[in-house]
Design a protein around this ligand. Sequence first.
Ligand SMILES: Cc1ncc(COP(=O)(O)O)c(C=O)c1O
Length: 392
Amino acid sequence: MNKVIYLDNAATTPVDRRVLEKMLPFFSEKFANPATKWTSSLSKEVDDYIEEARENIANLLNADVEEIYFTSGGTESDNAAIKGIAWANRDKGSEIISTHIEHEAVLRPLETLARQGFTIKFVPVDSKGFVYPDEVKKLITKHTILISIMHANNEIGSIEAIEEIGKIARENGIYFHTDAVQTVGHVPVDVKAMNIDLLSLSAHKFYGPKGVGALFVRRDTNIAPFMEGGGQERGLRSGTLNSTGIVGLGEAAKIAKAEMAFNEERIRKIRDTLFESIQREIPEVYLNGAEGEKRLSGNLNFVIKGIRSEPLLTTMNERGIVIGGGSACSAGSKEPSHVLRAIAVPDDDLFSGIRMTIGKFNSEDEVMPIVINLKDAVKKLRDLSPFWMKGD
Ligand SMILES: Cc1ncc(COP(=O)(O)O)c(C=O)c1O
């Protein structure tokens, strides 16, 4: 079988070989439970590696090690941050500010909180997917306890003005959480400079393993435990630590810090060449979201007029090219993307969003085969379509 071209790096990334090598001994050699580190040298050794991983994460975020809590990934971190702040601070207020373009891992917990009597206010986004900090300010009242706004959107790659939003939250004594699952390991994140109180990250989005992530919680934050039990992670997140995954996450963080700038420049070049070629070769294609620096370097999201994304993705998959639809995380959903809706993509195009996300293992050599196959698949599908004007 020919090599598959993988263009769905926002959904998940392959594990870097160096990360895998670092993890392997933790399955059956260094397997001890770090909780018994006081009495067992085997456990102490594992615990030392866990603390090294915590330090790597803290370094990547400019956080302190005591502010990093390991979780099972982005979804858990988002749930923990949002419900944990809401439940612990209910006596201070019951209003939360967020956006309509958040990941489901934020939107669903917010729905749960709404059913429990919290008021969720949604700040609008513009047609490129950007939140204006002044609009956030307008929604604040003396009852607001939390602002949760993502760092970058997983579908259209818009990078939000987190630093300014964080400043507004800080000035008003409101906790600020950001879902940085799509940015950590890809763009610089500094929780101090960005005024962030809580931040979610996930290893599998930056060449680490699946099922492990972290939540940054600023010191002295009033938050309810995410998981109750044996008291691990300073009582906030009980459960035997996933030492293998955590070691992988730490290594992925270390590599990302060292190589991020180089990778992102390369990825941006491949992405731009790819989209220029697509636009040159295929008529009636338009970009969803913003151009330029305020878009994740690997993200492309576009509409090919007259083509539903599902049959196109299937055709491309048969040709060995793996592409995401609007949102890979809710794959299988028959609903149009809530993000494309929020940025007011016309109704006719809502099922035509194609997301291609480039990663560090993609290469410039892949651009030509992608474009040739896409052009051919689009032509065939348009020829079959009763809605497409033949000859266009
Ligand atoms: C922005 C965002 N938040 C949260 C998640 C969920 O992360 P995880 O898969 O680690 O649960 C994703 C996954 O795609 C995401 O893109």
